[in-house]
Ligand binder design. Structure first.
Ligand code: TRP
Length: 447
């Protein structure tokens, strides 16, 4: 075996840490905030089915490839791609994949931070209202106020920048270790609450009974984009984390564990939320506000609701931070390696960039609500371009790079497996199925 390159940023202290960090990146607003409203906007069960299929057939194979690239390159995604392209005797243009990925991460961070700001603001909301009307009214009032939206957005970026500036290998570990399981427990508690709303079955049917007539090109692309988003795939986040992965960790197993935990949290969030939607006469098509107009009703009505509600939004904010860190890390690591700047300068510069774009997303709910690009407001547009275009395209290129450009023997060596059934299935999915399916969905959407 050739000697492993070393990361100048260090490595995670154990295998368990990599799993925690990758799960911390994957589990976030994408699962609890985005998945339910995307399912609601796209017809429920049919969307969920396509989403699950995308996770298994496209997401997991690409995740394995992305982690593998990261660990082999042991650098920021841009430099990793440059190194691996050289190793495969091919064009340096592959560096662009890392660079555009880093940009996609900052663009995602710009609106992610606005929604994470809502979660932080809700920590202090008190959970006194019990009716759907009052809870929805509160949320609308909140969105109408540009000053609070920008305040919470700024606070979230500042926290992210501070953590990233100090170096993500420190500090993060202990937090995720205890807080993630706690978040999981509160979601279970919400599911139990949902069971006695009287609309539990209705919620389950909505979420799991596919109505195939609802599937069209919009739904396909939305589900595909959501699969990439929730697994943090396609822009180098998992690649950057892979660079810090211990050399002897099994990449295949790890990818399965991370994807399973991530999918589990999303489904449980849906199971908790839709019964509350139906029991209170709300519409599943509520959009990005869905979690914020449903869960406070549950907390308002349950015993110790103030305690659980506050704790829930604290944990959700932390889950968002452990995700946002991975959105900025590819850019920061790249700055540090290539421009030899300090981590803190890199984090502040890139954080400021994401912050300034995010301001427009915050304003798109109030002052700039009439400003539309292709019929979408600024928040929706940034979300669409990144999640439904940039991530799937990034995914295609990652799949092609691993499947067609890298030497097979290097792939096998890095994965530390022998060529056999499992490898062959994975390699087939990566070489043929993933790029073709993603390509078809994109083409179908545009024509
Ligand atoms: N997966 C995270 C979530 O679900 C968001 C996220 C973090 C992300 N890093 C990413 C999305 C990289 C896409 C790419 O909340």
């Amino acid at each position: 075996m050739t000697e492993q390159r070393k990361s100048i940023h260090g490595t995670w202290s154990s295998k368990w840490t990599f799993i925690l960090a990758a799960t911390g990146s994957a589990v976030g607003l994408g699962n609890i905030w985005k998945f339910p409203y995307m399912a609601g906007d796209n017809g429920g069960g049919a969307f969920v089915l396509v989403y699950l299929a995308c996770i298994v057939v496209i997401g997991i194979p690409i995740m394995i490839g992305e982690i593998m690239i990261g660990r082999r390159g042991r650098s920021s995604p841009a430099n990793t791609m440059r190194f691996l392209a050289a190793e495969a005797n091919t064009t340096k243009a592959w560096t662009m994949l890392g660079a555009t990925g880093a940009l996609a991460g900052l663009l995602i961070l710009s609106f992610y931070s606005v929604a994470a700001g809502w979660a932080m603001a809700y920590v202090f909301s008190g959970f006194q209202e019990t009716s759907a009307q009052a809870v929805s009214g509160n949320f609308e009032e909140f969105l109408a106020d540009p000053v609070s939206l920008i305040f919470w957005h700024s606070l979230f970026i500042v926290i992210t920048v501070i953590i990233v500036a100090r170096g993500i290998l420190k500090g993060l570990e202990a937090w995720i270790n205890t807080l993630m399981p706690m978040l999981f427990l509160i979601i279970i508690l919400l599911c139990i609450y949902a069971m006695q709303t009287g609309a539990f079955m209705e919620g389950l049917v909505y979420l799991f009974k596919p109505d195939f007539t609802k599937i069209n090109s919009d739904v396909l692309l939305a589900a595909l984009g959501q699969a990439f988003f929730t697994l943090s795939l396609g822009m180098g986040a998992i690649m950057a984390y892979g660079a810090y992965m211990p050399a002897n960790q099994n990449i295949l197993k790890t990818a399965f564990v991370v994807a399973a935990l991530d999918t589990g949290v999303a489904l449980l969030a849906g199971i908790a939320i839709f019964p509350i939607v139906f029991a209170n006469g709300l519409a599943p098509t509520e959009g990005p506000g869905l979690v914020f107009v449903t869960l406070p009703i549950a907390f308002g009505n349950m015993p110790f609701g103030v305690f659980f509600g506050t704790l829930f939004f604290i944990l959700l904010s932390i889950a968002a931070i452990s995700s946002s860190i991975s959105l900025i890390e590819p850019g920061v690591a790249w700055f540090v390696e290539s421009l030899k700047t300090k981590r803190s300068y890199a984090a502040i510069t890139l954080g400021a960039f994401a912050w300034s774009i995010g301001v427009f997303s915050a304003l798109s709910f109030n002052l700039m609500s009439d400003f539309k690009i292709f019929g979408m407001n600024f928040f929706e547009f940034t979300d669409f371009i990144t999640n439904q275009i940039m991530l799937p395209l990034g995914g295609i290129f990652i799949a092609i790079f691993v499947g067609w450009v890298m030497k097979k023997q290097n792939v096998l060596e890095e994965l530390q497996i022998k060529e056999g059934f499992i490898f062959n299935v994975w390699f087939f999915l990566l070489r043929f199925i993933a790029p073709v399916l993603v390509g078809l969905v994109l083409v179908y959407f545009f024509i």
